[in-house]
Write a protein that binds this ligand. Sequence first.
Ligand code: DGP
Length: 114
Amino acid sequence: MVNDCVFCQIAAGLHPADVVYESGTVLAFRDIHPQAPTHILIIPRKHIARIADLQPADAAVMGDVMIAARLVAEQIGVDDAFRLVVNSGRSAGQSVFHIHVHLLAGRRFGWPPG
Ligand code: DGP
């Protein structure tokens, strides 16, 4: 755990969050600034700052993150249509440096993304 990382704090139960799914390796909770009617963040419990920092040893936990995205989409009834977004690096829009997958649903999404 990285003490000054808010997502590590949420994973440790030290910071409040509206948790919708948890397992030994993954946590999913509602985004505090939703960009769609459904906006959930799926994180590995392990602190990894960015996709750009991933190592081969992280393959299993990142697989767990993607499977959790599918489970959460089913659980909340949006599995017919949803978007997953991962920002890596500040210029790409990343503001919290603990990997998170945004699960967005409940409205139409444009392409290409902004
Ligand atoms: P990104 O810009 O891709 O790094 O997304 C970070 C997201 O995290 C952003 O949509 C807002 C959300 N967020 C930041 N701090 C908190 C928090 O303390 N709790 C929750 N639930 N979401 C947070």
